[in-house]
Write a protein that binds this ligand. Structure first.
Ligand SMILES: Nc1ncnc2c1ncn2[C@@H]1O[C@H](COP(=O)(O)OP(=O)(O)O)[C@@H](O)[C@H]1O
Ligand SMILES: [Mg+2]
Length: 323
């Protein structure tokens, strides 16, 4: 089995001289090559601390971390040669054009033919038209996409992206998502951090939830959703007067609950539940507006987990922490 792109064991970092001082409280992390991994957590969870350690900008107090097969502590130079970093704030130069920014990165890294690579990246990130305008005229989303392009000039094995869409409007966020998705389709390994559950859900193969410098939960989006329980079958009545009869139908497969005008019943086998309920509805001559089986959302998972772990992580585990 090839070595994972990122392999972290019991990583710890304390910041001396600060009120609680905890950056990371012993986290484990494993990211397979060619996958997208999201570090998901509220402000102050330790996401940026982890990214800074993994990109060799900061030294951990203890624990081990390997990136692209190299030890971040003893082989920093090799790690830096194989990674790209898109930091939390934009790193591109305002007074230069988009093209000039990318060319500069190429020259600093001694790329043999930076112009061709630069043009291809501008095209790929939807910036070809704006390429020769100054970055000071770019929107937030365009800057973020230029940031991503700049991190890819040297074709990294692992790309770190710290909060790619914080502060962006929904359209710009979608544009950045599709840019990240393109990277992934091209086989780049991506570790991204985010405060947004829907972002982790949309982009990541696996998610590590951090609170207060600890891992609160880890797994695929589906595995995390399974933590809060199984699926729910939901029936939306066409007419509220049908509710009592719909209730009787739903009660055949479980114990229904009312949820703001619709009926929900927990299910273990989604296909069987749908088949059974559809048949029963037809028998009863009922035609509801909607019949679906729904996974819990990551929001529900997050509330469940942060609620459940608040005692063990102490005050630093409270969403919205100190920073
Ligand atoms: N340079 C620093 N000096 C002191 N404390 C810091 C520093 N950077 C981060 N911290 C603290 O470490 C914790 C984790 O911060 P950070 O890694 O930035 O979290 P996140 O990126 O998830 O918001 C916070 O409590 C924060 O206040
Ligand atoms: Mg941060």
């Amino acid at each position: 089995m090839p070595e994972p792109a990122i392999d972290v064991q019991d990583l710890r970092k304390h910041y001396p001289g600060t009120p609680n001082g905890v950056g990371l409280n012993g986290i484990d992390l494993r990211v397979e090559r060619g996958t997208v991994h999201a570090l998901l957590g509220p402000n102050g969870a330790g996401k940026t601390t982890a990214v800074r350690i993994l990109t060799t900008l900061l030294r951990a107090d203890s624990g081990s971390a390997r990136v692209a097969g190299y030890d971040v502590r003893t082989q920093g130079r090799a790690v830096r040669r194989h990674i790209g970093l898109v930091g939390q704030s934009a790193a591109v130069d305002e007074v230069l054009t988009g093209r000039q920014n990318l060319l500069m990165v190429g020259r600093l890294n001694h790329l043999p033919r930076p112009a061709g690579r630069t043009a291809a990246l501008l095209e790929r990130f939807g910036l070809a038209e704006a390429a020769d305008r100054k970055v000071s005229n770019y929107s937030g989303g365009m800057r973020r996409r230029l940031d991503l392009a700049a991190a890819l000039v040297v074709d990294p094995v692992v790309l770190f992206v710290d909060e790619p869409t914080t502060g962006l409007d929904p359209q710009a966020r979608r544009d950045v998502w599709s840019a990240v998705q393109d990277l992934v389709d091209a086989g780049t390994t991506v570790l991204l951090t985010t405060q947004y559950l829907e972002e982790a859900d949309a982009l990541a193969d696996r998610i590590t939830m951090l609170t207060g410098g600890r891992v609160a939960a880890a797994g695929s989006p589906d595995e995390l959703k399974a933590l809060v329980g199984g699926d729910w079958l939901e029936i939306t009545p066409a007419d509220p007067a049908d509710l009592p009869r719909l209730w009787d139908v739903a009660a055949r497969i479980g114990e229904p609950v009312g949820r703001g005008g619709l009926l929900a019943v927990p299910v273990t086998d989604r296909t069987r539940a749908l088949v059974t309920v559809s048949a029963a509805l037809a028998d009863a001559g009922l035609d509801p507006l909607d019949l679906t089986v729904r996974r819990p959302t990551l929001d529900e998972v997050f509330l469940h987990i942060t609620g459940a772990t608040a005692d063990s992580v102490g005050s630093t585990g409270v969403p919205g922490g100190t920073r």
